[in-house]
Design a protein around this ligand. Structure first.
Ligand code: EPU
Length: 456
């Protein structure tokens, strides 16, 4: 009975069925950046006027979750086109986020700025589980407290109160993307000048600064990771086109290489992919940069091995690590990857090993960067020996980027693989299966509709 029940559950569960070994060929347009759209949606709540976001990925689950959160707070979110959304929050009707919604992604804390400025209060649940390592929000909370917010910590929630946030000089222990964004959004309307030292400067953050400037904010990016925000009394609506998704770009580029295909990515930005492109040269792979596209192809195979370390921008992104590791399973020789952003972001490699990859994990820092996990027992370095042919497998996707690496591995493998847990992919990538099919991949979705899972 157990087996029958399990079988019928597997038949119902949404999954991708992927036949590997087919070279991807053609041109595809990248979507707007998942990790920018959600932040701008929240930032629009700083004003009661209407904002328009273009090149916004409507089919990305994270945007849908953000929409749900915003609607409970009083925002009106209208998709006028597949990639265009109108946002307006005339009045904030509620300043608490429910734990159910708070668990679904890590965006709730960003609402602290708009809620505090417009209502004086924000009840924010602690974000949910950590499948890629420790992800606290202490920098966000400490920064808001330095800006004058009174903070009470309840069981799994923070209650913040402030009549008006005021400018402060905040030094972050590490250039956190999310905390920089929380403080940018909060600082835009604060009284006086907010200085963020050791700020993150990822392209999605610079795009958020551009968006806030269009709303009337005064924000300067100085040298040495310093951002200076001169608070203003009010902001207005804006019209902004979001930068393209550089994680999607890298994932599709690697899929092109491991299938020895030839793929042109429209909207791929050389400026935002500089480090990735340099790394491709180092392993001996080819690409051609056009005005608004990059073509990824190769006449030289296999690639060479490499030692690389993930780092904050402009370094090699932690979200590129998983697809790139799949590429390294096909490289000749021994490669080393040192993950310095998250302490537990190699769990996914067990499934790659099941497919034939030769990957060993180590607690030691196998690299030169000074890493926060040096003394920890966490396996945050990997040695990959290649090339190893990959074979098909049944895969269980644990999170967005790991999931995408499984799909890439399945496209590279001989045989037919099945990947479950595709809700994670749908949270982070817009119509990935459709885009891959347009490039000639044999990937089909089966089972019933997927639901948005709790936070990664
Ligand atoms: N950190 C703290 N305390 C904080 C905030 C961060 O200790 O209050 C630590 C984290 O534990 C981590 C490091 O700082 O070790 C960096 O975390 P960061 O805050 O920069 O990450 P994030 O804002 O939570 C965003 C992206 C991630 C991406 C990272 C790094 C979003 C929604 N998420 O996360 O993307 O990996 O920046 O670039 O923007 C994904 O899209 O799948 C994803 C995980």
């Amino acid at each position: 009975m157990g087996t029958a029940a399990t079988n019928s559950q597997s038949t119902l569960r949404p999954r991708y069925i992927i036949e590997g070994g087919i070279p991807l060929k053609g041109s595809v347009k990248l979507s707007g950046a998942k990790n920018a759209v959600t932040k701008m949606m929240v930032a629009s709540m700083l004003s009661d006027q209407q904002t328009k976001l273009r090149n916004a990925p409507s089919h990305v689950g994270d945007a849908m979750i953000t929409q749900m959160v915003m609607e409970t707070l009083g925002a009106k979110v209208t998709w006028t086109h597949e990639s265009e959304v109108l946002l307006q929050t005339k009045t904030i009707i509620n300043s608490s986020i429910t734990p159910d919604l708070g668990r679904k992604n890590r965006l709730s804390i960003l609402t602290a700025g708009p809620l505090l400025h417009r209502t004086g209060s924000a009840l924010i649940p602690v974000p949910g589980g950590d499948r890629i390592g420790s992800r606290p929000i202490d920098y966000h909370i400490s920064g808001l407290a330095q800006m004058g917010a009174e903070v009470e910590e309840y069981d799994r929630a923070y209650h913040l109160r402030a009549k008006r946030l005021k400018g402060a000089t905040i030094s972050m222990p590490f250039p956190s993307v999310g905390a920089t964004e929380t403080l940018l959004i909060a600082g835009a309307l604060a009284k006086g000048v907010t200085i963020i030292q050791n700020a993150a400067i990822e392209p999605e953050i610079i795009d958020l600064i551009k968006f806030l400037q269009k709303m009337g904010a005064i924000i300067e990016q100085r040298v040495d990771r310093k951002i200076v925000i001169e608070g203003v009394d009010s902001l207005h609506g804006a019209d902004h086109s979001i930068l393209s998704d550089r994680m999607e770009a890298v994932s599709l580029a690697v899929a092109a290489y491991v299938t020895q295909g030839d793929v042109r990515l429209e909207g791929a930005s050389q400026e935002h992919l500089l480090t990735f492109l340099n790394t491709l040269y180092r392993v001996g792979l080819e690409f051609t940069v056009e005005d608004n596209a990059i073509r990824f192809y190769t006449n030289r195979w296999p690639p060479q091995s490499i030692a690389l370390e993930t780092d904050v921008h402009p370094g090699f992104m932690t979200d590129w690590q998983q697809p790139f590791t799949v590429l390294l399973t096909q490289s000749a020789g021994m490669s080393v990857v040192h993950e310095t952003l998250y302490d537990d972001r190699f769990g996914y490699t067990s499934e790659l090993r099941q497919m034939g990859a030769d990957i060993g994990l180590y607690t030691k820092c196998l690299g030169e960067l000074s890493c926060r996990f040096r003394e920890s027992e966490k396996k945050h370095s990997a040695i990959i020996r290649g090339p190893t042919p990959l074979h098909s497998a049944t895969l269980e996707i644990p999170d967005i980027r790991a999931g995408c690496s499984y799909i890439i591995a399945a496209l590279c493998a001989q045989g037919v693989s099945t990947a479950y847990g595709i809700e994670h992919i749908e949270r982070g990538y817009e119509k990935l299966d459709e885009k891959l099919r347009n490039l000639g991949a044999h990937i089909e979705k089966a089972g019933s509709e997927s639901e948005i899972p709790d936070d990664l």
